[in-house]
Design a protein around this ligand. Structure first.
Ligand code: MN
Ligand code: MN
Length: 315
């Protein structure tokens, strides 16, 4: 196990020091030999309400220093079998959303030349469209597990077709995802019309509104989705605002009545066995995250995602 990269232990170097990489893993530029590449996409120019997700990668990495390598509850030991490193941040153009999305897609094209699973730390949700463009180019249309308070299926916002609220309509139109294998979990909030979400249901998206999940374990739902998807390549996009603002207040468009942290963990753990080809954790906004708890939760959910990737061994 020791030939694989290991996070720096809090017993070897105080947690408040060392590199600001995810779990204080090595920072690398060369993707050769990596199984998993963790990267930051520090931007918030695709957002419609509160900004601040440009600081997401920095703070999620910072809070990830608290994480230990072994998953005590599931037995997952991701660093025994996977070579994981932090490949830094994409050099987005903070003055242009359009150019930033181009940069993300081109960066992913380059990343996906390697046989590596990219895990992105956002950033607002607009980053997921160019990521899916590159993922679909490499893998074909993917199954999509989308955990979010919002369906993000607007046609346009202020005339713009590429924003954090239009991602999955574009992904559907561009055939980046298989609509019959697209799952939206945690939807809620006030709407503009009764059709806000239902049009996407007509495309085939399977929707699980938050109020139908209240007070329930989500282990069954994760397992059901995993069985339904089978072996096809799957992408997981985790919008932190799927959680109730009591658990994750530091985000741009909070909605009350959301998922609990244990539900999020159950859901992710239930998805174990999926053929995951990439994932992201988006919408952590540190300026609204007074205690750091949202970034801490985001770091833990990324770790839980890491623990269900193909090839992880269990002890
Ligand atoms: Mn979203
Ligand atoms: Mn959202």
């Amino acid at each position: 196990m020791s030939e694989k990269n290991q996070p720096i232990s809090g017993n070897d170097l105080a947690r408040f020091s060392g590199p600001n990489t995810f779990m204080r893993l090595p920072s690398v530029n060369d993707l050769e030999g990596l199984d998993v590449a963790i990267l930051g996409v520090p931007m918030d120019i695709g957002t419609s309400w509160r900004s601040g997700t440009r600081f997401g990668p920095k703070e999620v990495r910072s809070e990830s220093a608290m994480l230990r390598p072994y998953n005590l509850q599931t037995g997952a030991a991701p660093f025994d079998s996977l070579q994981v490193a932090d490949i830094g941040d994409l050099a987005i153009n903070t003055f242009s959303l359009k150019d930033s999305l181009r940069i993300i897609a081109e960066s992913y094209d380059a990343i996906l030349k390697h046989d590596v699973i990219p895990m992105a730390i956002g950033g607002d949700h607009s980053i997921t469209l160019p990521i899916l463009r590159a993922i679909a180019k490499r893998h074909g249309p993917v199954a999509l597990v989308h955990i979010d308070a919002h369906a993000d299926v607007n046609d346009e916002m202020f005339g713009e077709r590429e924003t954090h609220g239009t991602v999955f309509r574009r992904a559907y139109e561009e055939k980046l995802i298989d609509p019959s294998k697209t799952y939206q979990i945690g939807l809620r909030g006030t709407g503009y019309s009764s059709e806000d979400f239902t049009e996407a249901a007509d495309w085939g998206f399977q929707q699980f509104p938050a109020h139908e999940l209240w007070h329930k374990s989500l282990a069954y739902l994760g397992a059901k989705i995993r069985r339904d998807i089978g072996d096809m390549p799957a992408y997981i996009t985790y919008d932190i605002d799927s959680l109730d603002p009591a658990y994750a207040p530091g985000t741009g468009t909070p909605e009350i009545g959301g998922l609990t942290t244990p539900q999020a963990m159950e859901l992710i753990r239930g998805l174990k066995g999926l053929n995951i080809v990439g994932c992201d954790l988006v919408e952590v906004s540190p300026p609204y995250d007074i205690t750091g708890n949202t970034a801490l939760t985001g770091a833990n959910l990324l770790y839980e995602l890491l623990c269900i990737l193909p090839g992880v061994t269990y002890r």
